[in-house]
Ligand binder design. Sequence first.
Ligand code: AMP
Ligand code: MG
Length: 513
Amino acid sequence: MNIERIRQPFIENFPGDFSNNPMQRNTPKVLFATIKPAGFDKPELIAFNEVLSEEIGLGKFQEKDLDFLVGNNLPENIQTYATAYAGHQFGNWAGQLGDGRAILAGEITNDAGKKTEIQWKGAGATPYSRHADGRAVLRSSVREYLMSEAMYHLGVPTTRALSLAFTGENVMRDIMYSGNPQLEKGAVVIRTAESFLRFGHFELMSAQREYNNLQELADFTIENYYPEITSTDSLKYKDFFENICTRTADLMVEWFRVGFVHGVMNTDNMSVLGLTIDYGPYSMMDEYDLNFTPNTTDLPGRRYAFGKQGQIAQWNLWQLANALHPLIKDEKFLENTLNNFGTYFWESHDQMLCKKFGLDQLRKGDEDFFTSWQGLMQELKLDYTLFFSRLESLAPDSDLKEQFKDVSYIHLNEEMLAKLSHFITTYEARLALNSISKEDSVTMIKKTNPKFILRNYLLYECIEEINTGKREMLEKLTKALENPYQELYSEFSGKRPSGYDDTAGCSTLSCSS
Ligand code: AMP
Ligand code: MG
């Protein structure tokens, strides 16, 4: 791999703490602290993303590169660092957080000039580890590696994953926070993104009243990642905030389209580039349920439930607005922009639903149609992905009982089947209003609705298998997630098997990673 191409423009641009001291501490007035990965004696490769490596300019993987994948024996050109950020967690101000388990190698530029940041997750403690160890376990690393790539191939903006390797070290974790910690295999993922900057980076600068750093960080972000912004002075920061709002709304719509629940939408897990970032206790949705949250820590309030993600994004943007206020200094503007977020989000959301149903455009009555659909989905406990995959082959004489067999998580009685049938009749009447052809409508359905989603139970099985030394399922899942709009493996395209309904790691997950 061409690791000699990696540079650290971030640390050249901002004040930092160059002590390499791992002691956990607050680091006011600086944006990062240099820190070395812990180093691991017996790394072992689990998976490597060759296509991504070539694409970002890192090139081919050779045996000797294994060290780099876990952060061992780094060359001179790589001065590694962790960045400081803050955040609101579960609605409360949490103060300084920072890269506690991520260490940045820097940035690489490919031949076409495209820049990509590279970081290890799980390679050791940093000043921001907050009494934790900076390590990651296999299960959370497999989940991040596979899901971020699955999202990419679904077409959802996301950070990506380059490699997955065992560290050869064990890590102690209490998965269910039940007082029974156990040793688990440690692993490191290398993840990449155009930038890992979060809302929390801006919140920290603002909370510490470091307005000069705040402005320089905003300027850096705009210059590097928002080339479309050409305005100057305070107008530039207004455009910046508006652009973040739009990208965030677009991202939420995409999460709704594919049925993704992030699980921990704290402001420190919100990308200023509108990327899906920090794959923790996330889940793809099996049975449609607006109230579904996979995160056991979130069960009491269900703050981050599937159906609330749009509102929560808006709440998080409020916090970002407060953070950017010293640069924008216009409350009315910020308020209007946040209100527009709601309008824009719901409009885009409904247009997205139109596409899922193969409808030409949002027409009068469609909102009621969607509401009745949501009621039907929840009452009949229908699988979100499978429901839509059945629509493309609906014919006027379809046997619905047959067609929707194995789509529900409960037995559908006659009354329920009658409701389904009534809904389909309404749907067909709506399709008849389309100004596009039947073929175009079906093409739209096929392009919008995945055939394969990376369900939690599949990840669970894959992790179990890797733990026994096998890689068959990992390889198959990788192929499946690279082609989510096709059905490559019928064994992966059904609903969640009933045996997994209450399995920890399938239906619910903790943050313990
Ligand atoms: P998360 O909820 O995973 O986004 O993490 C919240 C904060 O805790 C971030 O600052 C993380 O870097 C930090 N953190 C989480 N797990 C660990 C760990 N194992 N070691 C060090 N820091 C961690
Ligand atoms: Mg995080």
